[in-house]
Design a protein around this ligand. Sequence first.
Ligand code: CU
Length: 370
Amino acid sequence: MQRLRYWPLVALTALGAGPAAAEYGLNFPQPAAPVAQEIYDIHMLTMQIATVLLVIVFAFIIYSLYFHRKSRGYQADQNFHKTWFGNWSWVIVPGLVLGVDLTIAGSAQKVLERIWVVPEDQELLDVKVVGHQWWWEFQYLDHDLTVESRYVPKEESGDLYLRAVDNALVLPTNKRIRFLHTSADVNHAFWVPELGFKKDAIPGYVTETWAEIDREGTFTGQCAELCGTWHSRMPIVVQAVSQEEFGRWVDDQKAMKLAAVAEASSDKVWSKEELMEKGRDKYNTICAACHQVTGLGLPPAFPGLKGSAIATGPIPAHLDIVLNGKEGTAMQAWNSLNDLDIAAIVTYERNAWDNNTGDVIQPADVRAAR
Ligand SMILES: [Cu+2]
């Protein structure tokens, strides 16, 4: 029994896979929206039908293997095809199978239509979801609020690497939400299993889906369309909260945005330490996707900033490439960031990773360079 020797190995491998797969149960995650529940129910119905069919077919096979085996001297019936059943089984059995298929397809079609058509019989919360290489932008159109959501680098997310984001998509429960999907660059796809659907984000098009979340919780999804080098770095985290809490969150976000704008445009002179700390945070969430937390980049696609000619050379050239980007490369213009953020990031880049230029850039310098 040579083969038996490998069993402990197989068992160990399976055990080892356990912790890694701890997040995955045996079944799909519990749905958090009615349509998702309907999809889940179809899945369960299909699995039940498949299980019954499996038992029947296996019963036949096992029975035949045992009772009709050669060593028993079983003589095959030479005239089965001439009997009534032998003649008609070729029609009846596929007919039954087709009937089962159409039953499943019928309910699936109804659910598909429910996903496609956004019901407009009650007030909707509109959320525009824009895919970017490689982050998500969520615009709460009714609240004049935009949230940028980026993955958290491995150094800070630990076990939640590629599952955690800096800013979650906060949504109210028991409120019909219409998602408007589009993309700023290439195709992406919005996919949160608990909400039940997957929808392509296509540049130049706006498509709709909807959900009404029926329980509070945190639901994690992913970009589901291969969108380039860091497709894997586009997790989606939905945080479903009560409507009251959602209202408070919106107010808080707006207050924070206002405070940030006021802070960035004030004439305050910042200390190097303050700028370095702010800059590290911003750099790690926004720039490290390409230039890496270590500042080493991933040459040749993404240059390192540690010791780079620009990050240690004249300040105007450094500010210029950050504010205006470099056409024809993945280095976009970051002029939508405020003066303080850019001052902090540039100060950080010029002093981190042994760049040690000692330069301190103030928001006023950035304003002058725009
Ligand atoms: Cu993507």
